[in-house]
Design a binder for this molecule. Structure first.
Ligand SMILES: [Fe+2]
Ligand SMILES: [Fe+2]
Length: 477
């Protein structure tokens, strides 16, 4: 068992001080990370004391410590799960061989690309969420936002550690570039689409942490199988923190739904907006938006990149253990592929048996779709219990896609093809319109900083954090 060093500049369980060159390189990157945090992290809260969880080891119980900390003083550390002795590669062409402790030369570029793409999402989400604190619905929520933000910062550290340790000079250059790109900036955008979408209000934040962080979970599960052992161990530990981010999303939406139900019951016409709440059709539109942009993050349905990553034993399937065939040389995945004319009208469908390795993005997306459904069922139960006849649903995975076989084509929420013109006429019935955005923004013009108090449009949480009451002062202004 590697010991945890918390006294160093960079807390770690990788015995950083035994590699002076690496330690110096990371210590040189650290102040640049802090500069980035101060510039692009939560705006207006850097001096506040926040009741935060900090990872201090990888022990199952007691891996985290809770206390007040100013965010720029947060101890971002490097933690890998304990090595599995004699770990064997679990899938792909190298199935059954010993896991790699160094980067195999022929896969160096692919591996670096996987790490950089994952790493880029972490600071991107902090940038997307940087103004949200100023309209927080409670101190409890404010703290949760910051908890998610500091941990995304730690996930960036996790990827930068791999780049610095295993990729020499180009790794260090990539680590710099991770601090230079900016979410939504047309000249130097973040790599993936959803991470350039503005996250301007708290409904979007809860949807983001429910749907987009869940994409993160599945990407991490696939990387946790990697034949490159340091990547597998890093991502395994990141999953521990990720669970809380999705909890924030799931319970956040649930509390909005619960409050909406209460407000509907107070109104003769069950009109939530008339009572200052967020009406159910608007919530559904936010589901449609964040779910569809998150589906795009899995990449094309038919993908030679995905096949190559799998063949090279770099990126597997979520929970590879649950499958029986780990080489996947001859399986296939039956897909209906739309055929379109020049005007993007779907004119027919072609049945294709896609070699399974080429369908790995879709295999991972299938797991994600199933998992996403679970939260909706919980939200629907809140409505049922309130006696409200309305059910949320996930739109078809063809709806509002930017890449893959449906990208650039037009489908309704049930997956029926339609013309661009008709789609544009219906758009505001499916996705948040400018008026919806303005309405939601109008509910969130001022922050709620009084301990235990909640904004009008959201119900309180069932319980506080780490045994503290809901009224606890989670952020000391
Ligand atoms: Fe993350
Ligand atoms: Fe996350």
């Amino acid at each position: 068992m590697t010991s945890v060093i918390n006294s160093d500049k960079i807390p770690n369980n990788v015995d950083l001080s035994s590699d002076k060159k690496l330690q110096r390189a990371l210590e040189a990157w650290q102040p640049r990370f802090i500069d980035w945090w101060k510039e692009m992290g939560p705006e207006g809260f850097q001096e506040d004391q926040v009741y935060l969880r900090t990872a201090i080891s990888v022990d199952h119980d007691g891996w985290a410590h809770f206390d007040y900390v100013k965010m720029p003083d947060y101890r971002w550390g490097i933690f890998l799960t304990e090595p599995e002795p004699n770990r064997k590669i679990g899938f792909g062409d190298f199935y059954g061989e010993p896991a790699w402790q160094t980067v195999p030369g022929e896969f160096r570029n692919s591996l670096r690309r996987l790490i950089v793409t994952q790493g880029d999402t972490e600071p991107a989400s902090v940038e997307q969420q940087r103004l949200l604190g100023q309209t927080c619905p409670s101190l409890y929520d404010l703290r949760n936002l910051f908890q998610v933000n500091v941990e995304e910062g730690r996930h960036l550290w996790a990827m930068v550690y791999l780049l610095h340790s295993y990729f020499g000079r180009d790794g260090r250059e990539e680590a710099e570039a991770l601090l230079e790109r900016r979410s939504g900036n047309p000249d130097k955008p973040r790599i993936l689409g959803a991470f350039n979408e503005p996250c301007q209000n708290w409904l979007s934040f809860f949807m983001f942490t429910y749907f987009t962080d869940r994409d993160g979970k599945y990407q991490l599960l696939a990387l946790a199988e990697s034949g490159f052992d340091p990547l597998a161990r890093t991502t395994r530990f990141m999953l521990t923190e990720e669970a809380h981010h999705m909890f924030v999303g799931e319970t956040g939406v649930m509390r909005v739904v619960q409050r909406t139900a209460e407000l509907m019951k107070k109104n003769r016409h069950e009109d939530a907006r008339a009572e200052g709440g967020i009406d159910l059709p608007t919530i559904q539109k936010y589901i449609n938006f964040w779910y569809s942009v998150s589906l795009d993050l899995f990449g094309g349905e038919i993908s030679s990149n995905a096949a190559n990553f799998f063949a090279a034993s770099l990126k597997g399937r979520a929970k590879e253990d649950g499958y029986t065939d780990h080489r996947v040389i001859d399986g296939s995945y039956a897909m209906d592929v739309p055929v379109a004319d020049k005007e993007s009208n779907v004119t027919g469908w072609k049945k294709e048996d896609v070699p399974l390795r080429n369908a790995m993005n879709e295999v991972l997306r299938d797991e994600y779709v199933r998992d996403s459904q679970r939260g909706l069922e919980k939200w629907n139960r809140v409505l049922e219990e309130a006696g409200i006849q309305y059910q949320f649903r996930l739109p078809s995975r063809r709806f509002h896609r930017q890449n893959g076989i449906y990208g650039g084509l037009y489908f309704d929420v049930d997956g029926n093809p339609m013309s661009k013109e008709d789609w544009e006429k219906s758009r505001d019935g499916w996705l948040p319109s400018a008026a919806d955005e303005a309405y939601v923004a109008s509910l969130m013009t001022a922050p709620v900083y009084e301990a235990g108090k909640m904004a009008h449009w959201i119900a309180p949480p069932k319980q506080g954090i780490k045994g503290r009451p809901v009224e606890f002062e989670y952020v000391r202004r």
